[in-house]
Each structure stands twice: as structure tokens, then as C-alpha cells.
Design a protein around this ligand. Sequence first.
Ligand SMILES: Nc1nc2c(c(=O)[nH]1)N[C@H]1C(S)=C(S)[C@@H](COP(=O)(O)OP(=O)(O)OC[C@H]3O[C@@H](n4cnc5c(N)ncnc54)[C@H](O)[C@@H]3O)O[C@H]1N2
Ligand code: MOO
Length: 539
Amino acid sequence: MSGADELDEAIALANSGRTRPDPPPAPRLKRIRRIQWSEHGEDAMEPVGPAGQAEDGQGRSAQEGHTGRGEHADGASRPAPQHPVDASGASGETERPGDGEGRKGHAAHETAPSWSDAVGLAASAAAPPPPTSLGLNRALGHTLAAPVRALTDLPPFDTSAMDGWAVSGPGPWELARTDDGEERPGILAGDRFDPPRLADGEAVRIATGARVPAGTSAVLRWEAAERTGAARLRTATPPQPGADIRPRGQECRTGDALLGAGSPVTPAVLGLAAAAGYDELEVVARPRAEVLVLGDELLHRGLPHDGRIRDALGPMVEPWLTALGADVTATRLLGDDAEALYEAVSGTTADVLVTTGGTAAGPVDHLQPTLRRVGARLLVHGVRVRPGHPMLLAVLDPDDPDDGAGATPGARTRAGAAGAETGARAGARPRYLVGLPGNPLAALSGLVTLAGPLLRALAGRAEPKPRTATLGAEVPGHPRDTRLVPVRREGSGVRSRVRPLRYAGPAMLRGVASCDALAVVPPGGAAPGEDVTVLELPW
Ligand SMILES: Nc1nc2c(c(=O)[nH]1)N[C@H]1C(S)=C(S)[C@@H](COP(=O)(O)OP(=O)(O)OC[C@H]3O[C@@H](n4cnc5c(N)ncnc54)[C@H](O)[C@@H]3O)O[C@H]1N2
Ligand code: MOO
């Protein structure tokens, strides 16, 4: 079976025979408690039998191989098999009111912002630096700080669109002659002198891109022309007036707005700007980002062994940030070394430091203590989204006068508390830290929720217009949190229809690697036929 077939079969399987759970929370909790889920089906789409013995396709039972960390692998409502949980646990709530820091550090989740509020907080946390002028050869990937207005008409003159003959009037035509009676030389692209006017009934050779002489009614293509004798031209297919002439100003007139501020400078933008007469562009420079990959368990080549796994985030995060418009200066592999993390965080010169793993409060999760040590201010500490709920956003220099986040007096006190070992960097722009959770899909959730909006704000880029699509199948919800679910487009209708993919558990990238977008599924889930917001991936 081909990969595509397998995928289609997986999609069909994943969505077979499910009906949407009832909307009111209480009955749903009871229903959900009775559902057993296959371990491999961490994609959340495939309920298995009540005995929980369904195999995962690799001969393992539902209980085998579970991490036992009490995680909700799919971000949906599901009990962890090795840890019997009460009704609130069964409802998918990883935290309960009153839980202290002793659990994996998400006590703040109760007060964490909703997913959409978190996106808004990240988007308003920073402001772009003053614009700068860059030569076209250096402007790629930056963001237009000012609209691009045409500095010339395009085309700047009436231009031949084809190689052939400029002709005047209906044929047949006499070849135009010089004063000496010679056949007039053909007109080439770039000829410096305005070509002499054509009289009615005359023709002259012309190349694509050449200036069309005054008096021309059309261009006759080479292949349509027939020379008769030395001095005459005719055709079996007379050209319409204006045929194969690009009139001056066809694309734009001087002063027309071609592109708005906030547009990313793509290769096509560079080409258009050059055509329209620009040598330099006013841009907001790309924000500089640095990536720190945390975790002693990570291997960077070869097969997993001895309890260690391959680093899936180092290879993914840097190009993702680049696609979001950042200039990534380095990806550094730090392991679980608290001192190395402190050095890296306090010493970074990047605008945005992105860490992976260690966001929680496990024994070697050093990120939060490090943020306290450097006197950072948490702007977002946990988000009501699955996967990815421990993600965080901090400003490293909350005492900077131009702290884009606008430090409050309370925040200044916290930042200036004993233990803050970094001084304010006078006059420097604030630096930000985005903490991505270690589970790979949870990290990706942090990229779209916090890193994307923050980088767009720093780059002065416009937020993408929200897009919606109709769900082709039910997506079970988390009772309280938004879910981000990889989906694939299907059908060819005018309305975009999407189908959730399997293998979308927090530790999995298999679903997202073949998805077209992420669906934003509200708390409580979404039924087939319902419209949901979809987030395009940044490429
Ligand atoms: N008691 C609790 N434990 C956990 C909770 C919870 O609420 N209570 N939440 C779980 C969730 S959800 C997530 S997400 C993680 C977040 O933890 P961290 O950000 O501290 O991440 P780590 O513990 O370092 O790693 C988690 C997981 O991901 C693997 N990992 C880490 N980095 C990578 C990488 N670069 N490539 C591939 N895999 C990576 C790591 O080995 C762990 O398996 O906490 C849960 N626990
Ligand atoms: O559900 Mo966790 O936040 O894997 O992401």
C-alpha cells in the first residue's frame, strides 16, 4: 500500500462511525470516562472497545507502552490508564483547583489565557524597531515598512510582446525604408533612439521588448508573416488592432500603490520593486532568533537507544522560525544543564530566544527557575490549548525603558527582586523568550500560538486573515481548552472541507507532517459540517 493510500485509510478509519458527544459538560464527562483509547491511536480519533485491549496495529495492547506520566496524549478528554483518576481527571483536566507546584508545574493553568487571548498577548507584546533602508540584494525576508508605489509607468513605453513585424494598417505592407532607400533596420529591445514613425501600409522588423514605433497598429508574429518578393509582407491571419502590443502603463501608472507596508519581501517583491524603479526598500529588519534545545535524553544522529530518543525539535524549529520571518543565528544543544541555560539566556543577543522542553516543573526542567534568576517577566505562563498547554512567553529585560510589553509597577518589582542577576541593558531593545514544551506537537502548538504572532509583531508584519473550513468529521474536544488538530483538505468544492488526521498526539509529528493546516477546535469539540478556523502553516 502506498503512503498516500495508508494515509487515506487511516483518515477513513479515524473518522468512521463517530457521533459528536452531547454538548452539556456533565453527561459528556460520564461518556468520556467509558471510552478506552488505543495507545498508538494517540491521535484521539479512534475509540476502541471497552476492555481497552484493542491493538494499536503493532500488536501492543492499549495499556502497553503508555508513558504513565498522566499526560493526555491527544489533548482530548482521556484518562491515563496507569493512573486512575477522578471525574475531573477523566474530563481531561491535567490540573485541578488546589493542585500545587508539586505536580508538573501547571498550577497556573486555571488562570491561563484562552488560546485566542494568548495569540493576542503575543501579538501585542512587542513593537517593530525603526525602519531601515536596504539595497534590494539585502532586503529579502525583511518586511516592507512603507508601501511600494510605482516610480514609473509599467511598461514604461509601448512594447512589442512578440518577435515579428510592427505593422501599420491592414496588410499587405511595404517594408519601411530609410532615406537612402535601404530596408529599415529592425528595432531591438534597448535601442536608445525612439524608432521613426511608421506610415500607413508600412512594416518594420521588431523584437520582443522593443519600443513600438508611433503609427503602429499591431505586431504581426514572425510565424504568421509571409514575405512576398524583396519588399512586401502579407499574412493569412490579419492581426487585430493592438495585437501583441503591451501599452505603456498597462500594469501600473507612476504613483500607483503596488504593495502595502507589512508585506514580507519575497523574491517576487524584489523583482517588482526593481521593475518599478527601486534600488532600495524601506524595511523592518528580520527579528533575530536563537534556539536552545534542552534535554539530556536527546540524540542528534542514529537510532534511539538506551532510553534516549532523537531530537525532533532542533531540525524543525529553526526552519519554522525562518519561515515565520526570523533570522535564526544559532540552534544550540544544551542538554539539561541549568548553568549552561542561565549563561545562554542571560547572554543572548537575539531578539527572541526560543527554548524547547523543560517548560514544566519536572526534576530537570530548569527553564522557570532560570527565568526567575535572570529577572524575566512572564507575559504568558501556560495557555488553555492542547497540546502545548505549558508553553510560555517572557520578556527578559522588563526594566528596559522601551519594554514593548509595557512593564507594570508590579512586574518591575518582580523583575527587580533579589536574585535577578542581569542588569537592564540601557537603551537596548527588549529580548523575549518563547518556551516551547518538549513534546514535539506541543512545541509546534507553541510556535503557532506564541512565536508566530510575536515574530510578526517584531517584524511589523500584518496578521494573516483568519480562514475557516468545514469539518468533514467530528473532532472530540477538550472540556475547557482549545485543541489544535492537523487536518487535510478534501474534495474540490468552493467551500474548503477538511478532515482531521490520525497520529496527532502531543509526542507525534506523523499527522502534522502530512497535514495542510491546523484546525482550531473550540472547547467541547466540533461536529461534522461545522466551520472552524484553520491556521495555515508558514510555507
Ligand atoms: N505531572 C505532569 N506531567 C506533565 C504534564 C502535566 O500537566 N503534569 N504535562 C505534560 C505535557 S502536556 C507536556 S507538553 C510536557 C511539557 O514538559 P516540558 O516542556 O518540561 O518538556 P520535557 O519534560 O523536557 O519533555 C517532554 C517530552 O518531550 C520529549 N522531548 C523533549 N524535547 C524533545 C525534542 N527536542 N525532540 C523530541 N522529543 C523531545 C521528552 O523526551 C519528553 O518525552 O510535560 C508533560 N508532563
Ligand atoms: O498536551 Mo502537552 O501540552 O503535550 O502538550
